[in-house]
Structure formats: structure tokens, C-alpha cells
Design a protein around this ligand. Structure first.
Ligand code: G3P
Length: 218
């Protein structure tokens, strides 16, 4: 399973990248706002650090505008993946940009039907949003499982990039289902290392070790 980090925070990406945990990065207009950075500058900086795909999102609503913006973003670095929304115009832009040799991530996917169209338009990645479906009382994980099954049924090569991940359980369930990639905020990835029994066990070991009066390497 590939790990993408869902942030434009350079320091947070670097910390995970240095541990070999970053296979790519995803950003969106909200994350660019949060970073306080210029999209071209921060995307370039991320691409210089991370060799894997780095998603940068267009904001135009018409296909022509998306293609123009997508080509502009793709010039920033060879590993830029152009992110387009799952609208009819977004699908047109996906087709044109992939035909032009660019990687495309089709985002804001909420149904298997949308995911089928993205695959047929040649998307490199489809981004189904788990958390936002859960937010409205639907089952985000069911969407991941449906898309995985449908793509496997027909051998679609589009990568399932599970997005809007809010918890460690989301990541584990995606791994069980066989999502190709997850993109998660740095805090959720770091939370994968935590367990209350690890903390409790360590506390006990430290307490017992102190009683031995020993030191290692001295
Ligand atoms: O990058 C898009 C997606 O991961 C957003 O997640 O938590 O804002 O729904 P969220």
C-alpha cells in the first residue's frame, strides 16, 4: 500500500519523508490556504523533496480552463499530478491531460458510477472521499470496496487513492480492501504508531529497569 500525505505543510512532509513513509503528496485549495503559501512555490518545494506523485488541484470549472491550469501546474515539475474535480468538465480535462501524457487525479468522487467514468477517461488516480460520506451518515468504506471490486472486474488500471481519511481504522480497512494508495493527514499517519498497551508496557519496563540499578553500555 502506498502512503500519500494529505498536506502542503513542508515540515510535516519532511518529517515523514525522512522515515521513508511518503510515496507521494496530495494537496487541494483548502490545504494551500492552510499552508499560507503560493501554490506554485509550495508545489515546487514538495516536488523537489518527494520523488513520487504530488497532486496539485485546478480551480477552473470549465474543461478548457482546467486543461490550461493543469498544463501550467504540470510545468512545475515532472512528478506533478494534475487534480481535477469529478464533474463532466473535469472528465473532459482528465481525458485531454492524460492524452497529453500527464498524470491525473480525479477528486471529489462519491459514487462507483463516478469512479467508472474516471477510469474510462484514463485517470491515473481516483480519489473517493471516505470521511465526507461518513459525515452525512453514509458508508465511505463501502465506496472503496465497491470501486476496488469494479476496477478488478474489468482490469481498469486507475489507482484507487482513498482520500478524506480521518482515522487509523480508515487506513487499516483500506489496506484490507486493497486500496492502491491512501492519502492521510500527517497526524493520522503518526497515530498509527500509538497504542495504549505499548505505553503501558513501556511504563512497566522502565519502572522494573530502574529497580535493577543497571545501565546499558556503561
Ligand atoms: O485531499 C482531499 C481529502 O483528503 C480531504 O479530506 O478530511 O477534508 O474530507 P477531508
Amino acid at each position: 500500500m502506498r502512503f500519500f500525505v494529505d498536506t502542503a505543510d513542508i515540515a510535516a512532509i519532511r518529517e515523514l519523508h525522512e522515515l521513508g513513509m511518503v510515496d507521494g503528496v496530495t494537496t487541494n485549495p483548502s490545504l494551500i490556504l492552510k499552508s499560507g503559501r503560493n501554490i506554485a512555490e509550495v508545489t515546487r518545494e514538495i516536488c523537489e523533496m518527494v520523488p513520487g506523485p504530488v497532486s496539485a488541484e485546478v480551480v477552473a470549472s470549465d474543461a478548457e480552463g482546467m486543461i490550461r491550469e493543469g498544463k501550467h501546474l504540470a510545468q512545475i515539475a515532472p512528478n506533478v499530478t494534475v487534480k481535477v474535480p469529478l464533474t463532466w468538465d473535469g472528465l473532459k480535462a482528465c481525458k485531454a491531460l492524460t492524452d497529453d501524457g500527464h498524470m491525473v487525479n480525479v477528486t471529489l468522487c462519491f459514487t462507483p458510477a463516478q469512479a467508472i467514468l474516471a477510469a474510462k477517461a484514463g485517470a491515473t488516480f481516483i480519489s473517493p472521499f471516505i470521511g465526507r460520506l461518513d459525515d452525512i451518515g453514509l458508508d465511505g468504506m463501502e465506496l472503496i470496496a465497491d470501486i476496488r471490486r469494479i476496477y478488478d472486474n474489468y482490469g481498469y488500471e486507475t489507482n484507487v487513492l482513498a482520500a478524506s481519511i480521518r482515522s487509523v481504522n480508515h487506513i487499516i480497512e483500506c489496506a484490507r480492501i486493497g486500496a492502491d494508495v491512501i492519502t492521510a493527514p500527517p497526524a493520522v499517519i503518526k497515530a498509527m504508531a500509538s497504542h495504549v498497551l505499548t505505553d503501558k508496557g513501556l511504563e512497566q519496563f522502565n519502572a522494573d529497569w530502574a529497580k535493577t540499578g543497571q545501565k546499558i553500555g556503561l
